[in-house]
Design a binder for this molecule. Structure first.
Ligand code: AOF
Ligand code: ZN
Length: 426
């Protein structure tokens, strides 16, 4: 990108400030809005004079908090009360006018240029008289998409795109997918042995991948809005599906509580009968949705029988939300669930299901990306479960679904290999 004029530069690199912005962005999960982090830097000293992030949809944007913190820092500095104290603000702020004249602003996403739930950040930055804005990546929201940068340039502000562009794009993968395809990004995740098994013949799966990979999964869960499993997994494993990391991320007031836990089933009554004490029914630790679809098992017009009604009442009384997927026919069940989760405000949905539901999710295009942890071990066994266990309709090898390889990474000191692949045809 062309820059319109040069501002004084300081010793700390743009990348370092952008890294801090990314850290700030990751402090919240404001879906359906994008996570955004912003820092304001005094170019003469290289010091950060204000920081902010977008805490949740409907709250002010990252730039507003960072500017507000800057006004406070600069006011205090000029009256010799306080040293440069960068404040991370997470409470709603009133957009008080103030001056940040000559300051440099770093932000992960292009500042918005539209009146949404909040006024445009471009106008606030212009009013505050900042001299340079460094942007991680363009806003895919068509209401801004390039016009934010253009507006700043027209006001004589130096605008630069790019440091940590790839990292920032990654931050907006789900947000961008939601905007472009009107559905959340579906990620199928599983761990398998080198011979493609997700458990032994007896069903034991604890654990296929290493502790390092499992920690990585918790970080991934923390970034997703919902985690989906099938009734079979609940029957077999009774998973909690919560994010368990040493550092607490559970700050619901920042829009950063636990992800939604979703179970897909064809009969609430059967699941309730088999697992009346499932960890997922304890909604005090995280919210749970039971997504019920008749999925061809019974006619969609069939009335809920007494047992089904009773189970649903019992689950509701424990705080479980019920999603009736048949209401979204003719969408197939997994797509109906994605539609329901889109309406709920999700940007990224993690499918942590077994091989049967995973097959449906792939067939029905509810999954757009696959994350596989491959453990260097052999399990064997003719009937050991595999990640895509049902029929994909592939008869000849040339009909196999061709995926586009993304990132590959060795986890830890060679414990597992992580492979990322995209189903682009979705
Ligand atoms: C920014 N900084 O921190 C965020 C931005 O509903 P609203 O008014 O909050 O607008 C949401 C849109 O604003 C969202 O789609 C995206 O384009 C932009 N998000 N922009 O300058 C922020 N969160
Ligand atoms: Zn904004």
């Amino acid at each position: 990108q062309q820059t319109t004029r040069q501002s004084p530069r300081c010793a700390v690199s743009d990348e370092t400030y952008m890294d801090r912005c990314i850290q700030l962005a990751l402090m919240a999960r404001p879906s359906p809005n994008p996570p955004v982090g912003c820092v304001v830097v005094d170019p003469d000293t290289g010091r950060i004079v204000g920081e902010g992030f977008h805490p949740r949809a409907g709250y002010p944007h990252a730039e507003q908090y960072a500017l507000q913190a800057t006004f406070t820092t600069l006011r205090n500095a000029s009256s010799h009360q306080n040293q440069h104290l960068a404040a991370t603000v997470s409470e709603p702020v009133a957009a008080l006018p103030g001056s940040a004249r000559g300051m440099h602003v770093y932000v992960t996403l292009e500042p918005c240029n539209h009146y949404g739930r909040t006024p445009p950040c471009t106008e606030s930055l212009i009013q505050a008289q900042v001299s340079r804005v460094v942007i991680g990546t363009r806003d895919p929201d068509p209401r801004t998409a390039g016009s934010g940068a253009e507006r700043l340039r027209r006001a004589g502000i130096e605008v630069q795109f790019g440091p940590r562009a790839a990292e920032c794009l990654k931050l907006y993968e789900g947000f961008q997918h939601r905007i472009h395809h009107q559905t959340p990004l579906g990620i199928l995740k599983y761990a398998m042995s080198l011979d493609g098994k997700i458990a032994t013949e007896t069903g034991d799966a604890r654990w296929v991948s290493s502790a390092t990979s499992r920690r990585y999964v918790h970080e991934l869960r923390a970034r997703c809005d919902a985690v989906v499993v099938g009734a079979g997994t609940v029957r077999r494993d009774d998973p909690a599906l919560t994010v368990r990391l040493e550092e607490s991320i559970d700050v619901p007031e920042l829009g950063y509580g636990q992800p939604l836990r979703v179970v897909m089933c064809t009969s609430a009554a059967r699941l309730w009968r088999d697992r009346p004490d499932a960890k997922l029914w304890d909604t005090s630790v995280a919210p749970t949705v039971l997504a019920v679809s008749s999925a061809g098992e019974v006619s969609s017009s069939k009335e809920l029988d007494a047992a089904e009604r009773e189970a649903i009442l019992a689950l509701r009384s424990r705080g479980v939300q019920i999603a009736y997927l048949d209401a979204l026919l003719p969408l197939p069940p997994t797509r109906a669930l994605m539609q329901w989760l889109y309406d709920y405000g999700c940007t990224t949905v993690l499918w942590e299901c077994g091989g049967t539901l995973a097959t449906s999710a792939v067939r029905e295009s509810a999954v757009h990306k696959i994350l596989v942890f491959v453990a260097p071990k052999l399990v064997g066994g003719r009937s050991s479960p595999t990640p895509i266990a049902a029929d994909l309709g592939v008869r000849n090898m040339e009909e196999a679904l061709a995926l586009r390889l993304g990132r590959m990474e060795v986890i830890g000191s060679g414990q597992d290999v992580l492979i990322e692949a995209y189903l682009d045809s979705n």
